[in-house]
Design a protein. Structure first.
Length: 63
């Protein structure tokens, strides 16, 4: 149980440090025209997916 709390703490620290970059990475699509704006964070989604995959892989190794 203690290992899970350590992993969760590390994840929260990493998310906190990277929070300023979310949505501002190269590869994110932003479109604004008049009153309409559209934002789709493609690169951010890919990076979050990779990080979550690594976290779940590490957690599964400790089980």
């Amino acid at each position: 149980m203690g290992k899970i709390f350590i992993v969760i703490g590390v994840v929260l620290i990493i998310v906190g440090l990277l929070w300023g970059f979310i949505g501002k990475l190269p590869g994110d699509i932003s479109f604004k025209k008049g009153n309409f704006s559209f934002h789709f964070p493609i690169m951010t989604s890919i990076i979050v997916s990779i990080i979550l995959s690594l976290i779940f892989f590490i957690i599964s190794r400790f089980r």
